[in-house]
Design a protein around this ligand. Structure first.
Ligand code: MN
Length: 160
């Protein structure tokens, strides 16, 4: 129920061709079918809805998890290209979830962007020590969000 899209193992060649066709076409209004998947690990449903819409608008596919345990499970099962990790989560917090993902050979290559609370600056240092590749502190602007996502995963559609 958490993942909205599934990836098919044999679609890589066709998918790449499709993406190139889309990029070469002038009809970019609707954007290409999502090719890259960002896992949103966030316990706040409103925030997940918001992030899902922003990512879709920029041509990214998404996966969702509401706690750290589920985040790890989905990262293993669905192989996201990037993980957006809220640090304050039920079950298992984002620090420990990140440590586990970065200690595991099958997931350690996936970039993790930490989302930390602005009221706790020490969390930024902790997030990097846990293995996060970058962080965003709340509240962040839409521009900051897209910039950091694009740094790790260039958008498949033009940003307008
Ligand atoms: Mn939270």
């Amino acid at each position: 129920m958490s993942n909205q899209y599934t990836r098919s193992g044999d679609s890589l060649d066709m998918g790449t061709q499709f993406q190139m066709d889309e990029l070469n076409s002038k009809n970019g209004k609707d954007g290409p079918v999502p090719q890259r998947y960002i896992l949103i690990v966030e316990d706040n449903g409103d925030m997940r809805d918001f992030l899902r819409r922003v990512l879709a608008r920029h041509g990214y596919g998404h996966l969702e998890a509401a706690d750290g345990i589920e985040g790890i499970e989905i990262a293993h099962r669905d192989h996201p290209d990037l993980i957006l990790m809220d640090m304050s989560l039920p079950e298992l917090d984002g620090f420990e979830a990140t440590r586990r993902l970065k200690a595991d050979k099958t997931t350690q290559h996936v970039p993790i962007i930490a989302v930390t609370a602005h009221a706790r600056p020490a969390d930024e240092k902790r997030a990097l020590e846990a293995g996060c590749d970058a962080y965003l502190s709340k509240p962040y602007s839409l521009r900051e969000f897209i910039d950091v996502v694009q740094k790790f995963l260039p958008s498949p559609v033009a940003i307008g």
